[in-house]
Design a protein around this ligand. Structure first.
Ligand SMILES: [Zn+2]
Length: 74
């Protein structure tokens, strides 16, 4: 597997909350969607991963709660 993405950083739009690959951004590094300046950001910051894990755990816990509620009320 090639790892060419390492050399292809993405930019972040705070307005649209999207990652824009450098080669898809406008020449002046503005967002193709809204025209606001883009910020340089790593593709998956650690807190993004942490938030994803937290969301999965939370949803799993809620699903468990929902299932056990059903079991006790049927
Ligand atoms: Zn934008």
């Amino acid at each position: 597997m090639s790892d060419s993405r390492v050399d292809n950083p993405t930019l972040w739009c705070d307005i649209c909350h999207v990652h824009v690959p450098l080669d898809e951004a406008e020449e002046d590094r503005t967002c193709p969607g809204c025209g606001e300046p883009l910020a340089e950001r790593r593709k998956y910051p650690w807190h993004f991963k942490l938030m994803g894990i937290g969301t999965v755990l939370y949803l799993g816990y809620r699903a468990y709660q929902g299932i056990s509620w059903l079991v006790h009320h049927l």
